[in-house]
Design a protein around this ligand. Structure first.
Ligand code: VGL
Ligand code: ZN
Length: 209
C-alpha cells in the first residue's frame, strides 16, 4: 500500500528496554512488535514516539513505599495507584528505546511520567489529566486528524493514549498486532481492545496499513 496522507500520524508508545523481555517491567513478547513497527514506519509522513521517563523517586514504584510490593495499591496524589517495579528511570538503559527500533523517521518524542506525584499512562495527559505533554497541540498544529497507535503496553499506556486521542477528536486506530499487554490478569489485553472499540477506536492490523 502507498504512503498515508499528511494528516495521519503513527504514535509509537513506550517501546523501551524495561518493557521488553529481560527488562524490569517485561511485557511478554514485547520484542515482537519491533519488526512490525519498523515495517510500517515508512508508510507515515509523521512518526511520533512516547517515552516513559520517571525520576527515581517516582511514586508509582513499590520500592519507594516501604513494605509495599509491585501489584499492590496505594493512594498517590488523590488517585488509586497500582505499584510497579522500578522501571524507565531517566538516564538508565531501561528507559532507552529498543536498540532495533528504527528511529530515523521520528519527528518528535513526548516524554511522560516525570512528575513523581502522579503516574502518566497516556502520551497526552497524566492520570489526573492535569499535566499535558503537548502531544495534542503538536498533532493539531501539524494538521493531523488520524492517529495510528502501537507499542507497549496494550492494557496501560497504549490503551490510555488511544482513549485520549479519541477524546480529543482524532480518528484513532489501534494496530492490534503491533502491541502486547502486561496482562496482570490474563484477559486484560482482550478487555482493553473491547474498551477501545466501544470508545470508537478502529482496530486494525499492521498488514492493512
Ligand atoms: C507502562 C506501567 C507503568 C506502559 C508504563 O508503558 O504501559 N505501564 N508505566
Ligand atoms: Zn511507568
Amino acid at each position: 500500500m502507498s504512503k498515508k496522507p499528511n494528516n495521519a500520524a503513527l504514535i509509537i508508545v513506550d517501546v523501551q528496554n524495561d518493557f521488553i523481555p529481560g527488562g524490569a517491567l517485561a511485557v511478554a513478547e514485547g520484542d515482537q512488535v519491533v519488526p512490525l513497527i519498523n515495517e510500517i514506519q515508512p508508510k507515515f509522513s509523521h512518526v511520533i514516539a512516547t517515552q516513559d521517563f520517571h525520576p527515581k523517586d517516582h511514586g508509582s514504584f513499590a520500592a519507594n513505599h516501604p513494605g509495599k510490593k509491585p501489584g499492590e495499591f496505594i493512594e498517590l496524589g488523590g488517585l488509586t495507584q497500582i505499584l510497579w517495579p522500578v522501571h524507565c528511570v531517566q538516564g538508565t538503559q531501561g528507559a532507552d528505546f529498543h536498540s532495533e527500533l528504527e528511529r530515523k523517521e521520528w519527528e518528535a518524542i513526548f516524554q511522560k511520567g516525570k512528575n513523581p506525584m502522579v503516574d502518566s499512562y497516556s502520551g497526552f495527559f497524566d492520570n489526573a489529566r492535569r499535566g499535558d505533554t503537548g502531544l495534542g497541540d503538536y498533532l493539531k498544529k501539524e494538521g493531523i486528524t488520524q492517529v495510528y497507535v502501537c507499542g507497549l503496553a496494550l492494557d496501560y499506556c497504549v490503551k490510555f493514549t488511544a482513549l485520549d486521542a479519541r477524546s480529543l477528536g482524532f480518528e484513532t486506530h489501534l494496530i492490534a498486532d503491533a502491541t502486547r499487554a502486561v496482562n496482570l490478569s490474563p484477559e486484560d489485553g482482550q478487555k482493553a481492545i473491547e474498551e477501545l472499540r466501544s470508545a470508537g477506536v478502529i482496530i486494525c492490523d499492521s498488514k492493512s496499513i
